[in-house]
Design a binder for this molecule. Structure first.
Ligand SMILES: Nc1nc2c(c(=O)[nH]1)N[C@H]1C(S)=C(S)[C@@H](COP(=O)(O)OP(=O)(O)OC[C@H]3O[C@@H](n4cnc5c(=O)[nH]c(N)nc54)[C@H](O)[C@@H]3O)O[C@H]1N2
Ligand SMILES: Nc1nc2c(c(=O)[nH]1)N[C@H]1C(S)=C(S)[C@@H](COP(=O)(O)OP(=O)(O)OC[C@H]3O[C@@H](n4cnc5c(=O)[nH]c(N)nc54)[C@H](O)[C@@H]3O)O[C@H]1N2
Ligand code: SF4
Ligand SMILES: [Mo]
Length: 689
């Protein structure tokens, strides 16, 4: 381990901990023991010295005066946010005392850990925490809130999260950014595309919102939400009909090519145009462009799979590169996620063998229902790395559940988040720059290490450290529950089943900061699908009751008379989900939460640009500022950002989102809900008082 802590001044290598595909290499500048500047590592092959605005301003979050410095105990009603400081020993005693009593009276399943990837460090998110809750045999959490539906869908086609090496996409001649706001959410893919554009590459963006990425495109194709499967099938129709397919590739590397050829005859451009709202001529034009360009690359986003039909949608788009044989051309193909290549040794890290028998599992997208309806009930919730009161669907139900007086809630975070306000005990978390951890990206192939650059802020502690303390407090004696950070990282990178880790050792990481995983090209080769080939027809899907061929199914919520607008509440440019929403600098950059709507819709409702609108449905209501124009189609409204609560402002967009599950993976359907919109009676300023 290198000791950066003893050097109060200097520039230290680091890695971005945020849930972002780019996972940048960073250089942290320190003066007198404090971080004063953060920049991209110019030597990191993907980062190349460029990072986003969010992280360039990270020091303001690290030293935000609102950051938690001590454990806290609740002294007011749940949700109000009144707490008093307590000592760590008292906090651990209070938590473990309550848990021991609960385990004795109702069993360990009455305790539910609730976490996500607010920090992507593997030993803090899938390490000591998992070991601890495995040893306890607590209820298990299905971590489905982000990409679960699409990951399952992509797997049916390609066998796992395996796609194109993004570094090679500089050779692509056509980029299709499909349901991804990459300018905000995957900036280095944009940088690479820009480089290719200088060599003549074209950039197509398919989205329901002409956002920063749509505006950057050579050709922006707007479509109706949740209809992308139909569009992809329409493209296949034209590709087959016009002989634009690569028959040699199809014969050698796919199964189901003939069934698909027959199947897509039903998706002619006129039919597909009727479903998607994309003019038939544009469908033909796009198919010809795609079929006529090699290498072509599709960056498949998360937006399209946050829908009722999201799994099938990704499964379908993932078939496209096979039709034109793109996988054989460097830079061609697609990326949905590349996490499959860099899978560490999960068994050694998480120690599922410590668990006694199988426990029930809870889908994190249904937290509200879990807290309000599960029988036997959840009696204690331990939240870390996530802010469910803001990010989980059906926020009002979630908050009602969190308000239960008989629910013992612990929240470990850097800030007193909306979720933390409902906690009985709040624990202060270190920032990633204060920790040791292991990182691998779900987009590029570099594995990185974080070594502490600054000392823990106040009395804050890392996830790993807190779980070691909790294990002691519970009286758990397994040595695995006291392992050091170094030992945990060694367990994770020692993965004989994944040869990509052959040259990734703890020593190499400490020495070099990042090590490229030894990833073999996908083709020629055998995919981890049952047939070893790309499965255009999937017998596994048939067995599970899905249509074995890509098939379009409309979104579920269709009551247009009562709820005329499809509501798409996506993330924004200056936050990372709800992270940064509490930090003044970042919130200022975003100004105010907006509702983008079509000018024709706004005119019909008598709403002018900049006016406050009430947006509601049976689940709840919010108030946003109307942004009127042509950036969304009629019948669609879009908000951006998961905003922190503010006095007098109703802006928790997840108050409106459904908590039903997508077609696959138990995924979330944030973007499939419907709402009504009207001019608010009074402007926000008046409501605020
Ligand atoms: N700045 C910033 N970066 C981030 C994040 C952030 O909050 N802020 N979040 C991080 C995380 S956790 C994730 S998962 C990724 C997410 O980043 P992306 O993969 O970009 O996913 P989203 O932004 O959720 O949605 C992408 C796009 O899908 C569009 N969309 C919604 N419905 C449909 C549809 O039916 N069809 C089509 N074609 N488009 C649709 C939305 O308008 C949006 O532009 O970004 C990561 N990076
Ligand atoms: N409406 C709508 N809702 C969405 C989405 C959407 O597009 N629209 N996107 C969804 C997606 S894709 C995702 S991934 C989820 C993400 O949702 P979350 O996982 O909740 O992500 P964040 O909002 O960034 O919250 C992460 C929290 O972890 C804390 N944290 C950071 N580092 C550490 C640490 O080391 N230890 C501990 N204990 N805490 C830490 C941060 O301070 C922050 O409060 O949101 C989902 N919710
Ligand atoms: S949030 Fe993404 S783009 Fe920004 S520094 Fe982190 S990894 Fe890089
Ligand atoms: Mo996500």
């Amino acid at each position: 381990m290198k000791d950066y802590l003893n050097d109060p001044t200097g520039v230290f290598p680091s890695v971005c901990s945020l849930d972002c595909p780019d996972q940048c290499g960073l250089l942290v500048h320190k003066e007198e023991g404090r971080i004063v500047k953060i920049e991209g590592d110019p030597d990191h092959p993907v980062t190349q010295g460029a990072i986003c605005n969010k992280v360039r301003h990270m020091a303001e979050r690290i030293y935000d005066p609102k950051r938690l410095t001590t454990p806290l105990k609740r002294v007011g009603p749940k949700g109000e946010g009144r707490f008093e400081p307590i000592a760590w020993a008292e906090a651990i005693e209070a938590i473990t005392g309550r848990w021991k009593a609960l385990i004795a009276s109702e069993g360990p399943e009455s305790i539910l850990p609730y976490s996500f990837y607010g920090n992507m460090g593997r030993i803090g998110t899938e390490g000591m925490d998992r070991r601890f809750f495995n040893r306890m045999s607590a209820s298990e959490l299905e971590q489905t809130i982000c990409e679960a539906a699409g990951t399952e869908g992509y797997r049916y086609t390609m066998g796992g999260s395996f796609g194109t090496n993004p570094e090679e996409t500089e050779h692509a001649k056509l980029f299709v950014f499909w349901g991804i706001n990459a300018v905000s959410t995957n900036m280095h893919q944009v940088t690479i595309a820009e480089k290719a554009r200088k060599n003549g590459a074209k950039i197509v963006v398919i989205d329901v919102h002409r956002n920063r990425t749509g505006k950057w495109a050579d050709w922006f194709i707007p479509l109706k939400p949740g209809t992308d499967t139909a569009l992809a099938l329409g493209l296949m129709h034209v590709l087959y009909a016009e002989g634009l397919t690569d028959e040699k590739f199809l014969a050698e590397y796919t199964v189901g090519c003939e069934e698909l050829r027959e199947h897509v005859k039903a998706y002619d451009p006129d039919t597909v145009s009727g479903i998607t709202g994309v003019p038939a001529a544009d469908i033909v034009k796009l198919a010809r462009l795609y079929g006529g360009t090699t290498p072509s690359f599709i960056r498949i986003g998360n937006g399209i799979q946050h829908h009722d039909n999201g799994g099938m949608c990704i499964r379908t788009i993932a078939c496209l590169p096979a039709l034109t044989g793109q996988w054989l051309h460097p830079g061609g193909g697609a990326i949905k996620g590349n996490g499959g290549y860099v899978q560490h040794n999960a068994r050694a890290l998480e120690r599922p063998d410590l668990r006694q028998g199988k426990a029930r599992s809870v889908n994190m997208n249904r937290l509200g229902s879990a807290l309000l309806e599960l029988d036997p009930p959840v009696r204690s919730l331990y939240v870390y790395n996530t802010n469910p009161a803001v990010v989980a669907p059906e926020a009002n139900k979630v908050r009602e559940g969190l308000s239960r007086e008989d629910l013992f809630t612990v929240v470990h975070d850097l800030f007193l988040t909306e979720t933390a306000k409902y906690a009985d005990i709040v624990l202060p978390a270190t920032s990633a720059f204060e920790n040791t951890d292991l990182y691998h990206s779900y987009w590029h192939h570099y594995i990185q290490i974080q070594q502490p650059v600054v000392a823990p802020y106040g009395e804050s502690k890392s996830n790993v450290e807190v779980f070691r303390l909790l294990a002691k407090g519970m009286g758990y004696e397994e040595p695995a529950l006291q392992d050091s950070e170094e030992a945990l990282i060694r367990h994770a990178v020692d993965n004989p089943r994944n040869h990509a880790y052959d040259s990734v050792t703890y020593e190499a990481l400490v020495e070099r900061q990042y090590v490229k995983a030894d990833v073999k090209p996908l083709f020629p080769g055998r995919l981890p699908t049952p047939s070893g080939k790309i499965e255009l027809y999937s017998a596994t899907m048939a067995r599970k009751g899905y249509p074995p061929l890509p098939t379009y199914t409309p979104l579920l919520e269709q009551d247009e008379a009562q709820w005329p607008y499809r509501f798409i509440p996506g993330p924004n440019h200056n936050f990372l989900n709800s992270t940064f929403s509490q930090n003044e600098k970042h919130a200022k950059l975003e100004r105010t939460p907006k509702l983008h709507m079509n000018a024709a819709d706004a005119a019909g409702l008598g709403i002018a640009d900049g006016e406050t609108v009430r947006v509601w449905n049976a689940r709840g209501e919010v108030e946003l500022t109307a942004a009127i124009g042509e950036d969304v189609l009629p019948g669609v409204v879009v908000s951006q950002g998961l905003w922190a609560d503010a006095p007098g402002a109703k802006r928790a967009v997840n108050a409106l989102t459904p908590d039903r599950l997508a077609d696959m993976g138990g995924g979330a359907v944030f973007f499939s809900g419907r709402v009504q919109v009207e001019r608010a009676v009074a402007p926000r300023e008046e409501l605020a008082t």
